[in-house]
Design a protein around this ligand. Sequence first.
Ligand SMILES: [Zn+2]
Ligand SMILES: [Zn+2]
Length: 363
Amino acid sequence: MGGRIELIKAFHECHNFGTAENRQQAERDVASAYRSLTPEECRTLAQLAVEQRNEEILSHLACLQAGSLAGAHLELAKTGVLYPPVIFHRADDEAASFLIRQLENGTAENINLCLLALAWCDTVHVLDAFQRWKAAPPAWVASLHVPPHDYADSAGWELTDAGLRRGLTLGHCYPLVPPDHPDAAVGPVRVNDPSESSCGFCGRRMTALIEFDLTHEMLAFMEIPGTRLRIETCDVCTCYGTVFSQADCSGGAFWHPANKRPAYLPDDAHDWEHPKEHALLISRRGRSCMESADRNMPISFSQIGGHPSWEQDAEYPRCPCCQKKMVFLAQLSNHDYDRYAEGIYYVFFCRACLVAATNYQQT
Ligand SMILES: [Zn+2]
Ligand SMILES: [Zn+2]
């Protein structure tokens, strides 16, 4: 039906929804319209978005209909449409090679954007180029804050010492929904469970941001052996730095000796409210891992698995035991249980060392 495309176009052209409720309803409607586009409608909309260089429609297609921009990337690269970088998810060899050539022959207009787009392409050409630039950094690398291969984490992977791709995200995604949601499942996860231990920095009562029942079939995709994985943090201190904990996969969670006190901690945090206890449950209905890859999607962001929705630059902690980047397990968006709140807590894990980490970002 053309109705869906009209609804989508109208949503992106609307700049004033009146009330917050109207806006939320419009967001739910447009997300649902994107998800139910037919392949034919996807092609029509993608063509329109490429012609108009409409970054909003391009990014919504990339996230809510993953793969629907296939075949369009070379043209996007040639016309300099590289933003938001997620639109280059699964771009083909031709588009990736074009961007690599631009960097190597000095014609790239924006080196930073070019590298961010390449990170999403995920072709062997990108692996080769990142490896090549790591071994012999070209002159333009001097203008960057991090080496080119470190851009990989913006797309959820890293380049290993052997020059291979190592994913930093899980292969499935389940949203976390309010307990009264029709798809809510009791059992597999608990969020914001009060702990009996206290923060090693500020003494505040710790919170188990998330606890997984590892024996539950819905969580088998996490491939973490054990019975219960409980990830505790200080909801205040982790807003100012990464908090590590040692897990034992049978429900234990312990302050990690490698924790380093953040440079700044607020001294008036005792009257901060603790995160709302057991505010969300896992949804029985999974969603595409890509939906959350861009913070501007019209969705709720709390979830298990999938891509993190970074409010700022990607920030995968390194495991203090093995020094490898940790895998993203879950995120909790304050907005999902307090409509006036913002900010997202991110949860990571190292399977080899059973070390967990949490950090936080807000705009
Ligand atoms: Zn604390
Ligand atoms: Zn480790």
